[in-house]
Design a protein around this ligand. Sequence first.
Ligand SMILES: Cc1cc2nc3c(=O)[nH]c(=O)nc-3n(C[C@H](O)[C@H](O)[C@H](O)COP(=O)(O)OP(=O)(O)OC[C@H]3O[C@@H](n4cnc5c(N)ncnc54)[C@H](O)[C@@H]3O)c2cc1C
Length: 464
Amino acid sequence: MFEMAESRGLPEATVSDLEHTFAERCLVPGDDAYDESISLWNSAAQRYPAVVVRCRNATDVVDALEVINAHDAPFSVKCGGHMTTGHAVVDDGVVLDLSPMDAVEVDTDEATVRVGGGAIWEDVNEVALEHGLIPPGIPETAGVGGFTLGGGMGVTGRLTGLAVDNLRTVEVVTASGEVVTASESENADLFWGLRGGGGNVGIVTAFEFDCVEAPRECLVANVLYPIDDAASYFAYFDEIAPTMHEATFPTASLITVPPIPDLPEDLHGELAVAGYAMGVVTDDAVETSLEEFADFGEPHVAMVYPADYTELYAPFHVPPGHRHHWESFYLHELGDDFIEAMLDETLPMPTPETAVSIYGLGGAINDVDSGATAYAHRDAPFALHLVTHWTDEADDDACIDWTRTSHAALRDFGTGGEYVNNQTDTDRERIRAAYGENYDRIAEVKAKWDPENRLTSTQHVETD
Ligand SMILES: Cc1cc2nc3c(=O)[nH]c(=O)nc-3n(C[C@H](O)[C@H](O)[C@H](O)COP(=O)(O)OP(=O)(O)OC[C@H]3O[C@@H](n4cnc5c(N)ncnc54)[C@H](O)[C@@H]3O)c2cc1C
């Protein structure tokens, strides 16, 4: 599948030193496991490293860094490989594939889960749910690493905060190869920078999170309206989302109705506006809030129903290997002018799989001070996400142009901030928007913990 190359631009000595240390866990183009190890969720961002080192633990990361740093080789860190930028894989360099580090340990007394730095949420959820706990993530295949280091808007976000707000402690390998622990009480500056600073300040080999008690079942409110109702529906969403119970996570989206049997056949392929809200506590107040969410206008479909936590993202699930270009920004409010502009600019969407989504944030996410963690965007109750998705490479230009044009036309309605985990274009201005008012402080933490500026394959913060 992928092109063969001897060392793809890396000196042979670097490759042979890594092969000497890691033997069969060092993969080069042509090796059976190389393709799988470098694969990215967004195939449009695929890159090709010279070497992959499959790391089983922090010691492997230290040993790999010793060789990499001795040769001054470019490298990247890969967890789930789901970030649409493709930063987890570096062209012609070394990928530290953390996916073998996927252990999950639950402490039921403390209601915590400790997971390896290469774990994916789907696997963490399975173990945590067996013990009656929901970790602060998502029911998806995305990695814990990238998700958490960018902030992490999980299903329980409005109830207990972002993934970074529920992080107790981390084991980190610094860029120079030192293993340290970081928490509120130990290496607190590093801990601050890891909670929203992306992959800039260290390589996390273990995360320990607080969890919430899992309900017997979760609840979903699912509504679908004709596209002609889009303006009035988003105006309703603007009002209701901030008032909803904190154990809910509301979204409103422009979609093309998928051809699934649960939805009336005459709607398949039609543009529509969809409301989808998840409830992660089963009690009367949450159910009432979801029923109110679903009680608007004259919908095609309006349902409130129980669902397993693992099924909550099922309507949006996309297998790996498709093509994507995502962009986002935060908003203080929607408002008529923005809603009108959003509909004008984004419709028609370039493919039936593409969506324009508004997430209702607020709740515990915004109870935290914007300087308390590196994640800065604590004042915004909404985020817009342009979720552009296609399968045919021939559609790359049209899909990417639509995303860029829509984003450029609408972003002035926003706070100026963007979500680091939902960016695809990452020029300097956009990276500043992602780290917001905390950019300079992240740069200070990076200058201390990565003084040689070795961690660059991420939305990179400049230190000079
Ligand atoms: C289907 C899907 C659903 C999503 N839903 C949500 C959602 O509901 N809420 C939300 O907030 N986000 C969501 N996202 C976005 C998600 O948070 C990002 O894609 C995230 O980067 C994925 O993490 P990853 O470990 O797979 O990333 P990777 O692509 O592996 O890595 C991303 C970046 O983080 C760095 N990195 C990863 N792990 C480590 C580590 N252990 N130590 C140091 N650096 C590391 C990498 O070097 C890279 O720069 C979703 C993404 C997908 C594809």
